[in-house]
Design a protein around this ligand. Structure first.
Ligand SMILES: NC(=O)c1ccc[n+]([C@@H]2O[C@H](COP(=O)([O-])OP(=O)(O)OC[C@H]3O[C@@H](n4cnc5c(N)ncnc54)[C@H](O)[C@@H]3O)[C@@H](O)[C@H]2O)c1
Length: 346
């Protein structure tokens, strides 16, 4: 392997630019005007990696990443996988666009990082997960919240004092027109696409789910072109450990958003709040503990993947592709429950 782990990006939109910023210290649109080169005091960047290849059907997106990172632009996924000289792929695609990229990664046995949620189709997820396992391909899924100190602290406690009840969600305001997010057939809906971070954390704390029952609100958001999302979703989950959760998503909360996860075990209460997942813990008979959420979490997640690729050590990654499949399956089951009005077994 070269001195740096060489990365190829498939998809160079919003989240790809976030990773590009984490890796190179430059390259996000948000920071385009501000950051030409990394300067002292800028956010920490990943060490030992560089973006060398990019492919996006939108030439502007490819060119922007190429200008900011020096990556070579490819016109097809296969050409990039075959001739890009990459040690690993970043698959940063909208939920509906998964397929060719993962199949190329598997065909050419290239480790890959895949942004959440990793797809919409159960059959496809099973196909890729079983190839990944069969061939021992190193993978990571973009559940960056798992890397937070607050999440690790809660998990450490919950491994000894099991989670019993959780209540959490991701609420936001009414969206504007969007090319794929507002179309449920392309994004999978807000619960699958966005609240998936909360769903994944619930799995991280409780273990696997056995049953899901979901109901949705409709008809409050009006006159949004191409809109087919649920306005709000409430999902009841039963876990194999006997615990239960109610997780939710809303894109019709215009007086303010909310991102939270409250849970308890026999002897502890946990309250996570906001994007940084600031945590307060109450322990029976002890002083409260506060774990503040850190900035720059994409850098932490990307460094873990790059280090895993360099050392060929999957254990450095906190969410593998086969594990990400289980989070995706849970919210896809919630969608089926919304449609049928019945509980869905997992
Ligand atoms: N981890 C997080 O917190 C986080 C944050 C934002 C987005 N995401 C996830 O990242 C994914 C992408 O979101 P985004 O905000 O970057 O979307 P985006 O629309 O900004 O960018 C997607 C890019 O993919 C390109 N694309 C579409 N089909 C393609 C294909 N077949 N091959 C190659 N490129 C293709 C598009 O041209 C576009 O440039 C989504 O699944 C989203 O949920 C994760």
């Amino acid at each position: 392997m070269a001195e740096n782990v060489r990365l190829g990006f498939i998809g160079a939109g919003g989240i790809a630019r976030e990773h590009s910023y984490a890796i190179h210290g430059r390259g996000t649109l948000r920071n385009l005007l501000k950051i030409a080169e990394k300067k002292p005091g800028d956010r920490a960047t990943v060490t030992g990696a560089e973006i060398v290849a990019v492919m996006d059907p939108n030439p502007e997106a490819s060119l922007l990443m190429s200008e900011k990172t020096g990556a070579k632009v490819f016109n097809s996924v296969t050409d990039l996988a075959k001739d890009g000289g990459v040690d690993a792929l970043y698959i940063c695609l909208p939920p509906f666009a998964h397929g060719e990229a993962e199949r190329a990664a598997v065909q050419y046995k290239i480790p890959f990082f895949c942004e959440k949620p990793i797809g919409l189709d159960d059959g496809f997820l099973t196909e890729i997960a079983s190839e990944v396992e069969k061939q021992g391909i190193l993978t990571s899924v973009g559940y960056m919240t798992r890397y937070r100190k607050s999440v690790q602290r809660a998990r450490e406690i919950l491994l000894k004092d099991q989670a019993i009840l959780a209540y959490g969600g991701w609420w936001g305001g009414s969206p504007g027109a969007h090319s794929w997010w507002t179309d449920k057939t392309k994004s999978g809906g807000q619960f699958h696409e966005q609240a998936t971070h909360i769903v994944d954390l619930a799995r991280y704390f409780f273990g696997e789910a056995v049953e899901v029952y979901a109901a949705a609100a409709h008809g409050f958001n009006r006159n949004i072109p191409g809109y087919s999302l649920d306005d709000a979703v409430s999902v009841t989950i039963r876990f194999a450990n006997g615990g239960v959760a109610n997780l939710m998503a809303s894109c019709s909360s215009n007086a303010g958003g909310n991102l939270f996860l409250d849970l308890h075990s026999l002897n502890h209460n946990f309250h996570f709040a906001e994007f940084n997942f600031n945590l307060s813990i109450k322990t029976k008979g002890a002083e409260p503990e506060i774990v503040k959420g850190e900035d720059g979490i994409f850098t932490v997640e990307d460094q873990a993947f790059v280090d895993a690729v360099r050392t060929k050590d999957q254990s450095k990654v906190l969410s593998s592709y086969p594990d990400g499949v289980k989070s995706a399956r849970l919210s896809l089951a919630a969608n089926r429950s919304i449609e049928s009005g019945k509980p869905v077994s997992l």
